[in-house]
Write a protein that binds this ligand. Structure first.
Ligand code: S3P
Length: 430
């Protein structure tokens, strides 16, 4: 069966921010129309951005940019809902503007660490007041202009941290030199280049260094098509690998940025039949193409700490596939999973066990024993979209009977997920 998946969550939110800050009209298409993107769009509107409703079915959105200094003080707190990306991007944007704003989010987002962003932004000159708990939302940010230049070694490979600092450099008119211990996804750097910013980046040992010196005072508008989200496509490829898509599945128009596709290699190592071909650059600057997945017998793998940043969002799915693979799977160096929409180490292990699979929690990862005995029970998603979808895939294949407590959790990144899953299953049964 040939399908498409919704627009990329990371790229959509960046495109909205860059379009709002550009000088002139941007034209965006393929935007994700889902909870996280809606939260970021609403926050930008409260800051004065002229953003129309996110179009259905990937249609065009024209955004008249306000320029790097065009946003205004919001009269109400900005509620970023479940969006870690939206909250951290906007903290960066606001740090470099002479405004005060309150930022909050849902229960999950209020539990996630913000100090990793607010600490370097404070060094640049922004001020943060934590309104409930230290280093957590809700907080009040008071930006300033210009910001001081920053040299920063991020202790975690985090694209959200990196993006917040680069955006602060743009609105705050400050040079930024930053390094991360491994390269995280590079959508912000690519979009900065499209907007006319010179970004120097290169590998340093195992790590990665980015330099933006004397950023320009204006951003070029974007003419940009957001590709499908490879992290969403992963769930359908997993379904195919587990035999739930009959002869296989073909997913078109998916983003194939190499900082996002390391999971394909891991799937292959597990024995999954997956192929990718770059067919074009559906938004100049972001490669895209087709993914094909077929049924396969799977075997356990070892995921090393070096590999984790490249597959961070797919690890819950890999753990779930591992429960259906032959042998043991070990994932180490993945403590960042504890800071996602839920503590994904605990959530995955508890749910696998509740279904009758063998899994063990480590401080920095997990160990799963594969088996082919039927799995049954109720999954507690903790409101985490990727937990709902990973176990949804497991529940859709032969012999398993799995209920999901909060199927609507998928709405933040993949509306229509359950309908698509059903359609693929139905097609496979024909
Ligand atoms: C994202 C970065 C990653 C990823 C998240 C989206 C982004 O988070 O897990 O789903 O859009 O920059 P971290 O930056 O916390 O690693």
């Amino acid at each position: 069966m040939r399908i498409r998946v919704p627009g990329d969550k990371s790229i959509t939110q960046r495109a909205l921010v860059f379009a709002a800050l550009a000088e002139g009209e941007s034209r965006l298409s393929g935007l994700l129309r889902a909870g996280d993107a809606a939260s970021t769009a609403t926050a930008l509107r409260l800051l004065g951005a002229e953003l129309g409703p996110l179009p259905r079915d990937g249609g065009d959105l024209k955004v008249p940019g306000l320029g790097l200094d065009g946003l205004s003080m919001p009269s109400v707190p900005l509620d970023l809902g479940n969006s870690g990306t939206g909250s951290r991007l906007l903290l960066g944007v606001l740090a470099g503007l002479p405004l005060t704003a309150e930022i909050s989010g849902d229960e999950s987002l209020r539990g996630r660490p913000m100090g990793r962003v607010t600490e370097p932004l404070s060094r640049m000159g922004a001020r943060f007041e934590f309104l409930q708990e230290p280093n957590r939302l809700p907080l009040r940010v008071t930006g300033t202009h210009p910001l001081s230049p920053l040299e920063w070694e991020s202790p975690v490979p985090s694209a959200q941290v990196k993006s917040a600092l680069l955006l602060a450099g743009l609105t705050g008119g400050a040079s930024v030199v930053l390094s991360e211990p491994r390269q995280s996804r590079d959508h912000t750097e690519r979009m900065m280049e499209l907007a006319g910013v010179t970004v120097v980046r290169h590998a340093v040992g195992q790590g990665w260094r980015i330099v933006v010196e004397d950023p320009p005072r204006r951003l070029e508008p974007l003419d940009f098509a957001v590709p499908g989200d490879p992290s969403s496509a992963a769930f359908l490829l997993a379904l195919a690998a587990l035999g739930g898509a009959g002869d296989g599945i073909e997913i078109e128009g998916v983003g194939l940025n190499p900082t996002r596709t390391a999971y394909l290699e891991l799937f292959r190592r597990m024995g999954a039949g997956v192929e990718s071909s770059v067919t074009g650059s559906e938004g100049a600057g972001e490669p895209s193409g087709t993914l094909v997945g077929t049924a396969s017998s799977l075997k356990g793998v070892t995921v090393t700490p070096d590999e984790v940043p490249g597959v961070i969002d797919e690890l819950p799915l890999i753990a779930v596939l591992a429960a259906r693979a032959e042998g043991e799977t070990t994932i180490r160096g993945a403590q960042e999973l504890r800071h996602k929409e839920s503590d994904r180490i605990t959530t995955v292990v508890r749910n696998l066990r509740a279904l009758g699979a063998e899994a063990e929690e480590l401080a920095d990862g997990l160990v799963i024993q594969g088996s082919d005995r039927p799995l049954a029970g109720k999954v507690i998603t903790r409101g985490d979209h990727r937990i709902a979808m990973a176990f949804g895939v497991l529940g859709a294949v032969g012999g398993n009977r799995i209920g999901i407590d909060d199927p609507d959790a998928v709405e933040v990144s993949f509306p229509g997920f359950w309908d698509l899953l059903r359609a693929v299953r139905k097609d496979a049964a024909r």
